[in-house]
Design a protein around this ligand. Structure first.
Ligand SMILES: CCCCC/C=C\C/C=C\CC/C=C/CC(=O)SCCNC(=O)CCNC(=O)[C@H](O)C(C)(C)COP(=O)(O)OP(=O)(O)OC[C@H]1O[C@@H](n2cnc3c(N)ncnc32)[C@H](O)[C@@H]1OP(=O)(O)O
Length: 338
C-alpha cells in the first residue's frame, strides 16, 4: 500500500505530495518523508505498560479498539498523552491495522479534557512540554491514516471533545446526562486556533461562533442536531454500532480514503505544523498569566466544591445539568461571592 500511495501522490497529486512531505516530524499518519516513502515500519504489539490506554486488536478485521482508562475522568495528563502518542504510533505503523475505535473504559466519562493540574502552578518548562504533547496527539489523531471512529460513551468537554472531533465519524451514547463541547471560555481560557479549526471543519462557522464564545456544552440530542456528532445510539449498542460503522469505512480501499482524508485535512494540519513553536510560546505566555492561573484555580476548586454542595443530576433532568455546568464556571463562583 505504501508503494501505491507513493505512486499516487507523486504521479497524480504532486502538490499534495509536496505539502505532506515537508515537515511532519511524525512517523506514519498521513505524512510522507521527503523521498516520498512512508515512514511506516512493521510493528509488533501495543500494550501500554500502565494500562492507562487499553488496546484490543481484532486481527481478523484490522480494527483496534482503544480505551482510555484513567479514572476518575480520563483527564489528559502529560503521562497519558505521552503513552497515547506511543500507542497511536504503533497502531499507525502496523500494516495490519486499518481502523481505530476510540472510547473510554471509565463509566460515564469519555474524557474530561486536558488535565487542569498540568496547566496550574507549574514552571514554564512544564507548560511547554505539556502543550507540545497536546499538539502531538492532535496531529497524530487528526492526521491519522486509519479510519477513526469515536464511540463517545460519556461526557466529553473541551480536550475530550477535541479527541472526538479528530475522528472521521462520531457515535455518541444517547444519555441525557452526558455533555459534549468546547467549553474553554467557561474556564476563563481560550480554545487555541487549531481547536477552533477542528470544530469549524465539523460544524461550520455560525455554530462554531456560538459554541466557542459561549463555551457551550451540548446534550447528545443537541450535539446531533448541530452535526457535532453523527449518530446517537442507546449506550448498550455503542460498540456494536461503532464496529458496524467501521465496516462501512473499511469497504473503501485504504489508499483512496487516506488520500481523500489528507486532501480535506491537510491545510488545517499545516496551520499548526507551520507554527508549532510559536503556538507553544503563545500557550506558555497565556497560561502563566496570573489572571489565567486564578481563573483555573477557581474552576478547579468549583469542581471540587460541587461534590459538597450539589447533588448529582436526577435521572432525566437536563436543566439541572446545564446549571451544574454553569455553576462550574469561575464566573459563577465570582457571582456567588458578590
Ligand atoms: C491571547 C492569545 C490566546 C492564545 C491562546 C493560546 C493557547 C490556549 C490556552 C489555553 C487553552 C487550554 C485548553 C484547554 C482545553 C481543556 O481541555 S481544559 C479542561 C476542561 N475540562 C473541563 O472543563 C471538565 C471539567 N470536569 C467536569 O466537568 C466533570 O469532572 C466531568 C468530566 C463532567 C465529570 O463529572 P463527575 O461528577 O463524574 O466527576 P467530578 O466532577 O466529581 O470529578 C472527579 C474528579 O476529577 C477531577 N477532574 C475533573 N475534571 C478534571 C480535569 N480536566 N483535570 C483534572 N482533574 C479533573 C475533579 O476535580 C474531581 O477531583 P476530586 O474532587 O479530587 O475527586
Amino acid at each position: 500500500m505504501a508503494a501505491v500511495l507513493r505512486k499516487l501522490i507523486q504521479g497524480r497529486l504532486p502538490a499534495l505530495a509536496g505539502v505532506l512531505c515537508r515537515r511532519s516530524g511524525n512517523e506514519g499518519h498521513l505524512f510522507l518523508n521527503s523521498s516520498g516513502s512512508t515512514l511506516m515500519q512493521p510493528r509488533c504489539g501495543y500494550s501500554s505498560p500502565t494500562e492507562s490506554v487499553i488496546v484490543e486488536m481484532d486481527k481478523a478485521t484490522g480494527v483496534a479498539l482503544l480505551k482510555l482508562n484513567i479514572p476518575p475522568v480520563n483527564s489528559l495528563s502529560l503521562p497519558l498523552l505521552t503513552e497515547l502518542a506511543i500507542v497511536l504510533d504503533k497502531l499507525e505503523m502496523d500494516k495490519h491495522c486499518r481502523g481505530l475505535i476510540l472510547t473510554s473504559a471509565v463509566p460515564n466519562i469519555f474524557s474530561a479534557g486536558l488535565n487542569l493540574f498540568d496547566m496550574m502552578d507549574k514552571p514554564n518548562e512544564h507548560y511547554s512540554e505539556f502543550w507540545r504533547a497536546v499538539q502531538e496527539i492532535w496531529i497524530k489523531l487528526y492526521g491519522s491514516s486509519l479510519a477513526n471512529i469515536a464511540a463517545i460513551n460519556g461526557s466529553s468537554p473541551a480536550g475530550g471533545c477535541l479527541l472526538a472531533l479528530c475522528s472521521d465519524y462520531r457515535i455518541m451514547a444517547n444519555n441525557p446526562h452526558f455533555t459534549i463541547g468546547l467549553n474553554e471560555t467557561r474556564l476563563g481560557i481560550v480554545a487555541p486556533f487549531w481547536f477552533k479549526d477542528t470544530l469549524l471543519n465539523t460544524v461550520g462557522k455560525r455554530t462554531t461562533e456560538i459554541s466557542l464564545n459561549l463555551g457551550a456544552l451540548y446534550s447528545p440530542t443537541e450535539a446531533l442536531s448541530l452535526h457535532l456528532v453523527d449518530r446517537l445510539v442507546p449506550e448498550t449498542q455503542l460498540l456494536s454500532a461503532a464496529t458496524e460503522e467501521m465496516g462501512r469505512w473499511l469497504q473503501v480501499p485504504d489508499h483512496a480514503r487516506q488520500i481523500t482524508k489528507s486532501m480535506i485535512r491537510k491545510s488545517t494540519l499545516e496551520g499548526l505544523l507551520n507554527q508549532r513553536e510559536a503556538d507553544i510560546k503563545n500557550f506558555v505566555e497565556f497560561i502563566s498569566r496570573d489572571s489565567i492561573q486564578k481563573s483555573l484555580q477557581f474552576y478547579a476548586q468549583s469542581l471540587q466544591k460541587q461534590k459538597q454542595h450539589i447533588h448529582p443530576p436526577s435521572s432525566s433532568c437536563r436543566q439541572q445539568i446545564s446549571s451544574v455546568t454553569f455553576a462550574r464556571s469561575p464566573w459563577y463562583s465570582l457571582i456567588q461571592r458578590s
